[in-house]
Ligand binder design. Structure first.
Ligand code: ZN
Length: 361
């Protein structure tokens, strides 16, 4: 992910989660439950640099996080987060887990799969517990014949077979929210993102395959690999309608979803309906945020670091309130009522499902 893009995601999260709810949480839907009583892992984070406040803040929230590699290629070349994530996870093994990644560039080379497998094998030995594929499959990277490489491309099959043999799951951010194929809508939770990242606003690029083409290819890939565990990031790019997610979860037992950067879409839907979705699929949904940082600590003032810590704390609190209480909340500009999930469901979504998925226990 380019720096500008990354900053955008963070600023959406930090800016549009306002106005802040009162800092002192009054949430006690289930006895004495508070934000620190339930163990948590954020399955989707991008902390590139250490922060002196993180161990204390994570402890307060009973939080760990998975650092998800951003493997990106544009006209400037290839960039990755992997090396900085490995260093961070080594320095703070209690806080962080690692997720590697690969891209489709060079897929026509006869040794593409072999080379990719070699890369992933090395990174699994460095600690990767999962491997991510990003939306460059489907809507960015083309093969030599000029076709966008879809995720069900047979040339990728040896890689899935390898990951399955290693019992390593895949995190799949395939496609974009449906709004990417529609005109810019100021009321959409994704307005800021597409305004600032027009290259992913598919509506402006008729050449980019349709939403349906990309989602169909993703579904076909999941179906073709029933023994590969697949965690669909961002609610499988179907966050605008939990019924679409439910339909796939019913159909594909190897599919799971996580919530990163899609709470605004959930908040737009009826809270009773979303609660029913969480209750019904309580073993298949995982907590993710897309939170992170992209500037080293020594480049920030004490006041900036204080603000960053307070914003992150408030963002965790907002999401906790949305999931655990029935208070009125505002998420990415969407006013709604919290879901009021029960303790057991919260424990699964926040921790147990991922612990089982990655065999952390
Ligand atoms: Zn992300």
């Amino acid at each position: 992910m380019k720096k500008s893009l990354f900053f955008m995601i963070i600023s959406i999260v930090l800016v549009t989660c306002k106005p802040r709810a009162e800092q002192a949480s009054s949430i006690q839907p289930d006895g004495a439950m508070n934000e620190g009583t339930i163990k948590k892992i954020d399955v989707h984070s991008h902390y590139h640099y250490s922060r002196a406040y993180l161990p204390e803040l994570f402890k307060k929230w009973n939080m760990q996080s998975v650092l998800v590699d951003v493997f990106h290629e544009d006209s400037v070349g290839v960039t990755r987060s992997w090396d900085s994530y490995v260093a961070l996870a080594k320095a703070e093994p209690e806080l962080f887990y690692l997720c590697s990644a690969f891209i489709g560039t060079g897929i026509d080379a006869p040794d593409y799969a072999e080379k990719t497998i070699k890369q992933l094998d090395k990174e699994i030995s460095q600690g990767a517990r999962m491997v991510k594929v990003w939306k460059n499959f489907g809507m960015v990277t083309k093969d030599d014949s000029g076709h966008y490489i879809q995720i069900d491309d047979p040339r990728l099959q040896p890689i899935w077979d390898f990951l399955r043999s290693k019992d390593i799951p895949v995190m799949a951010h395939i496609g974009e929210p449906e709004q990417a194929w529609r005109p810019l809508d100021p009321h959409s939770p994704h307005y800021g993102y597409y305004k600032n990242n027009p290259q992913y606003h598919a509506y402006n690029f008729p050449e980019i395959p349709s939403y349906k083409t990309i989602i169909d290819a993703r579904d076909h890939w999941i179906e073709k690999n029933p023994d590969l565990k697949i965690l669909c990031a961002h609610l499988g790019s179907m966050s605008h309608n939990v019924d679409m997610v439910a339909e796939r979860l019913d159909k594909y037992p190897n599919m799971y979803v996580e919530t990163a950067a899609r709470f605004g879409d959930l908040a737009r839907q009826d809270s009773d309906k979303v609660k029913t979705f969480f209750d019904r699929y309580q073993n298949r949904i995982m907590f993710g945020t897309d939170f992170g940082n992209d500037v080293s600590q020594d480049q920030l003032t004490v006041a900036e670091l204080d603000k960053e810590r307070a914003d992150l704390d408030a963002d965790y609190l907002l999401l906790w309130k949305y999931l655990s209480s029935t208070d009125s909340v505002e998420v990415r500009g969407q006013k709604t009522r919290g879901l009021g999930l029960g303790k057991e469901v919260l424990e699964k979504v926040y921790y147990n499902n991922l612990a089982d998925f990655l065999k952390l226990k």
